[in-house]
Design a protein around this ligand. Structure first.
Ligand code: C2E
Ligand code: CA
Ligand code: CA
Ligand code: CA
Length: 275
């Protein structure tokens, strides 16, 4: 509405009020969601290009809303972040991911998305240590996926926190690489184990030479810095072939599998029975 100069102030103001109202209602809704276990984790397999085997899964949150049905994180994670409830939601996601990970074969890693506010949360480290111990999961199997936005604020604190997490034995991945305001100096300062090539580049591999060049250069950079590389959003055989040829380590995307409740992946993954 902001950019429409023709609208009257009155309309603008009521739109703002509507938006504030909508936000408050999402926040209240989210509190209830966490209380009533309306949240659910979906798992998306990640495949090794060398062996073709599934070597890990990323967990992606979903909201089974009582009236609105199944909602993806795109429409609520930002609200959760703005209202601060992301900390509770994120701690829930970590505990849930590690609890369900008991069903995965022991060689598989588990990637969990972590939002900027969560990195600052005082409870992050203890939640992770406890959940790993409770579920008997080797810390080296847990990969935290963070985006560049995490690195931009409070850099010293973030660096300390990431090093603290590394000391427990976790892995850190830089998610959505190339989409933010990335500065290459971040790659030198922060202890990343993995770069994830954003799906916006992968999407264009089939028809855009520049995207192929950027993808290839990203991989070269990752290798030079001793990081693993995962491509997300792989949908076509052609993308898979290109990414395999250039030596990308792992692939993730609808071509392999959509994100699913873990139980629904049992035809792909040898799952232990529910504990
Ligand atoms: P992301 O971490 O970049 O996750 C990848 C997104 O791409 C997911 O969307 C996934 O479902 C989708 N995707 C996977 N394969 C394909 C493909 O082949 N084609 C296309 N078009 N899309 C594909 P989703 O599940 O809607 O999640 C959106 C974002 O929400 C995630 O982006 C992540 O930033 C955030 N998110 C999800 N779960 C959590 C969570 O537990 N905590 C936090 N803080 N953020 C989360
Ligand atoms: Ca991610
Ligand atoms: Ca991503
Ligand atoms: Ca992405």
């Amino acid at each position: 509405a902001k950019e429409s100069g023709k609208r009257t102030w009155c309309v603008f103001s009521s739109e703002l009020a509507d938006r504030a109202e909508a936000r408050r209602s999402v926040e209240m809704d989210l509190h209830r969601a966490v209380e009533n276990s309306e949240l659910q984790l979906y798992f998306q397999p990640q495949v090794s290009t060398k062996t073709g085997e599934i070597v890990g899964c990323e967990t992606l949150i979903r909201w089974n809303h009582p009236t609105r049905g199944l909602i993806g994180p795109g429409s609520f994670i930002q609200h959760a972040e703005d209202s601060g409830i992301i900390t509770r939601l994120g701690n829930w996601a970590l505990r849930e991911a590690l609890s369900q990970a008991r069903r995965l074969p022991k060689h598989m890693h588990i990637a969990v998305n972590i939002s900027p506010l969560q990195i600052h949360s005082a409870s992050l480290v203890s939640t992770i240590i406890n959940a790993l111990a409770t579920n008997g999961i080797d810390p080296g199997r847990l990969e935290l996926e963070i985006t560049e936005s995490v690195l931009m604020t409070d850099t010293e604190f973030t660096l300390d926190r990431l090093n603290q997490l590394k000391q427990i034995g976790l892995k850190i991945s830089l998610d959505d690489f190339g989409t933010g305001f990335s500065s290459l100096s971040y790659l030198r300062r922060f202890p990343f184990d993995r770069l994830k090539i954003d799906k916006s580049f992968v999407e264009d591999i089939d028809h855009d030479e520049d995207s192929r060049a950027i993808t290839k250069a990203t991989l070269t950079l990752a290798k030079a810095l001793n990081m693993k590389c995962t491509a997300e959003g792989v949908e076509t055989e052609c993308q898979k072939q290109f990414l395999t040829d250039i030596g990308c380590d792992e692939l993730q995307g609808y071509l392999i599998s959509r994100p699913q409740p873990l139980e629904k992946l049992k035809h792909l993954i040898n799952l232990a029975p529910e504990p």
